[in-house]
Design a protein around this ligand. Structure first.
Ligand code: PAF
Length: 326
């Protein structure tokens, strides 16, 4: 396994010393987080299982920590065939397959079990299949956990506390609508710009799951963490369609098995951080508060203003069928 941190310049340009004479197919896999994050662990599992099943047919080169750019750029690279694989959040996925945005609706899922069952079931798999129409191939749904708000302005307990809060959201219209409905000032921004924007005070806060907050040490730039769990954060293991079409049937099977195991590893990692993350962040000095059921209901009430738009875009029937999924 090779990690490359220097970005596009290195991509494809380096042949490892002592590489076997037989041509290997390069798999550049890019992701936004560090090798020891839930994405890194999944990417390693993906490589491990593909290699177990295909021998040394593929050479994996990992580009963690946004080494190939923001998530949108990486997905575009997959479409062009210049990058083979990625693990991404649902941040920009709706820009490629609009239906994906339905999973970004706040307060849609009761818990992780509910979300995983929907994504692995018919609804999730139908949406995954739509990536084939846009130059991509969706292999499996992974996840990051439920998203929570961090900021430097004040502890958040009621919707009044987010009024005018300059909060970075992903480049995701569903999330932006929700924060607008809450009276915040959402600022969509690609992930690679977020830490410096927090440091410089361009934005007051951001929202991400514990898996991300712990991994990127957001406690170093954020004072308050509010366990709002306002929205589930799916992730996806995607490959380039041109790359996928060049694989034999056996190789495709190996990639599918590997993606399923990678997604399980990612979920296992998230389960672990969900139990230890809050303590870790408190130890690192963050001021943490958890919304009570009543406080959460107030946020839900505020966000209900955005639901009309969600029903229009995705259809109330689909939204209800996800909410009521047993
Ligand atoms: O906030 C985001 O953009 C995503 O959650 C992140 C951190 C890039 C992981 O996919």
């Amino acid at each position: 396994m090779t990690y490359r941190f220097s970005g596009l310049v290195a991509a494809g340009a380096i042949v490892a010393a002592g590489a076997p004479a037989l041509a290997q197919t390069e798999v550049k896999i890019g992701y936004a987080l560090a090798p020891d994050s839930h994405y890194g662990v999944a990417a390693q599992k993906f490589e491990e299982v593909v290699t177990e099943q295909t021998g040394d047919a593929f050479e994996f080169n990992h580009f963690p920590s946004s080494g190939l750019g923001g998530e949108r750029e990486v997905i575009e690279g997959l479409q062009l065939g210049t990058i083979e694989a990625t693990i991404v959040s649902s941040g920009t996925l709706a820009n490629f397959v609009p239906d994906t945005g339905v999973f970004d609706i706040p307060f849609l899922f009761r818990d992780l079990e509910h979300a995983r069952a929907v994504l692995d079931g018919e609804i999730g798999q139908e949406i995954l299949a739509k990536f084939d129409d846009v130059g991509l191939h969706g292999l499996a749904w992974g996840e990051q956990g439920f998203r929570h708000i961090t900021n430097n302005r004040n502890a958040i307990e009621t919707p009044e506390d987010v009024q005018g809060l300059k909060i970075r959201t992903m480049e995701n219209p569903v999330h932006q609508a929700a924060f607008n409905a809450m009276g915040a000032a959402p600022t969509p921004m690609a992930w690679p710009e977020v830490i410096s924007s927090l440091q410089q005070g361009v934005i007051d806060g951001q929202e991400n799951p514990l898996s991300v907050i712990v991994s990127v040490k957001l406690d170093e730039v954020q004072e308050y963490l509010t366990l709002s769990g306002h929205v589930y954060s799916p992730a996806m293991l995607l490959v380039s369609k041109p790359f996928w079409e060049g694989l034999s049937d056996e190789q495709k099977e190996a990639f599918e098995t590997a993606a399923d195991e990678a997604a399980s590893a990612m979920r296992g990692f998230v389960d672990e951080v969900e139990t230890t993350g809050v303590e870790t962040l408190k130890e690192r000095g963050m001021k943490v508060n958890e919304l009570s059921a009543e406080q959460k209901a107030q946020f839900q009430e505020e966000i209900s203003a955005a639901y009309e738009g969600y029903y229009e875009t995705y259809g109330q029937e689909l939204v209800d069928s996800i909410v009521n999924f047993e």
